[in-house]
Write a protein that binds this ligand. Structure first.
Ligand SMILES: [Ca+2]
Ligand SMILES: [Zn+2]
Length: 231
């Protein structure tokens, strides 16, 4: 009997034998979305509240408007996601269960202009418990020029990493290399907000909104929970 998802990192569609003897199929990748199997996250609990919190009141004020549309979309998709308050954030460890913690760091990936987001790794049964998003402080101190729409999309991108979405980039042109921005796009040219290094809508009106690809990724996280009986 196998209930854990140790095999998930190496499969796209995983067949699991449940305690009941039934077989459940977990899907970890689809068109324009990809789940964070490398860190053992394959689902989101449909009943657990997930709350975005911030390291400071100034960050809450700064980022809440960036996140409002995406949070509403995630909620509409079935994720019990909400904007919360301010709490101490230690980037070196996971916060309270269900919290997606947002903080700022100078070059969290040691690369100019890159932010970082990740889920708490290897949660029980692969059901996401939140995570952390470290936004590069360079965007706001004037030292790194970046389009406002990209900042907006990036904050949402990192938040979705913390919920369990990974980059959907793949070798579309079959040159043997998975490149930056090598992601499926809509007929209007919009790539998933989860595309690496960034994606999403590039207009002021729509920046920060999830594309259909990203919404499908969130729905897959919930579907994987349901198929495994994760409440
Ligand atoms: Ca390629
Ligand atoms: Zn990313």
């Amino acid at each position: 009997m196998r209930k854990t998802l140790v095999v998930a990192a190496v499969c796209t569609v995983c067949t699991l034998t449940m305690a009941s003897g039934r077989v459940a199929t977990v899907t970890t990748k689809g068109t324009g979305w990809n789940l964070t199997t490398r860190l053992g996250v394959t689902s989101l609990s449909p009943s657990r509240p997930y709350t975005v919190t911030f390291a400071t009141a100034a960050m809450k004020a700064r980022y809440t408007p960036y996140l409002t549309a995406a949070v509403a979309q995630a909620k509409a998709a079935g994720v019990r996601l909400a904007i919360g308050g301010v709490e101490t954030v230690d980037p070196a460890k996971c916060g309270p269960v269900g919290h997606v913690q947002i903080t700022e760091m100078y070059r969290p990936l040691n690369k100019p202009g890159y932010s970082q987001g990740m889920p708490c790794p290897h949660p029980a049964k692969g059901a996401g418990v939140g995570g952390i998003a470290a936004i590069d402080s360079e965007y706001f101190d004037g030292s790194y020029r970046i389009d406002a729409t990209i900042v907006r999309n990036t904050v949402v991108h990192e938040t979705l990493h913390a919920l369990g979405l990974d980059h959907p980039n793949y070798d579309m042109d079959k040159d043997g290399v998975v490149e930056k921005f090598e992601c499926v796009a809509t007929s209007y040219g919009n790539k998933p907000i989860m595309c690496e290094p960034n994606g999403g809508y590039r207009t002021a009106a729509d920046a920060g909104k999830l594309t259909g690809f990203d919404v499908n990724g969130l729905k897959a996280l919930l579907a994987n929970a349901r198929v495994q009986g994760i409440k």
